[in-house]
Design a protein around this ligand. Sequence first.
Ligand SMILES: [Zn+2]
Length: 198
Amino acid sequence: MSYHLIEKYDEEATGSLTEDYKNVLATLGEDVHRDGLQKTPERIAKSLQFLTKGYDMDAREILNQARFEEAYSEMVIVKDIELYSLCEHHMLPFFGKAHIAYIPNGYITGLSKLARVVECYARRLQVQERMTHQILEAIDDTLHPQGVAVVIEAQHLCMMMRGVQKQNSETTTSAFSGQFEHEPTRSEFLRLIDSSLS
Ligand SMILES: [Zn+2]
């Protein structure tokens, strides 16, 4: 899946973040006027606006605008949705994959919309557990399916870079509603995504 870079940035936010990050760099002992850093504060200002653009997205609106009546009632699974987010405790990246399933109850949505819902919640300051539930609730509230399952597997740079956790270890979170709260549906889903949870 591809992300669209926003080309227009909020000028006021860019200006104020640029000033803030000049101060941050100076406080860290850097010479903010040296060649390599000349444009760094402005780049950070723009990059942060991109990485938090999920605040301007509405997951329920995305799903409501792409909700189609359909009698299909088998499990729909979208595996390996790439996600990049920022942990709200350190503002360091965590990244990985989301797997989503739902069992329709009269309505389906476009598969790409589920990826957009992930993006909506990932592009902001987050904790993995909360994001997992937010994705589930947005789907539950709009498609009213017979059940929703969300599994997120991610690596957190705040743990890896700071040496809190072994390199490459992954954090897995999951949320289930409706039929996925029961067997054998839950196991079937976990088997289909081949998760370490199964
Ligand atoms: Zn963190």
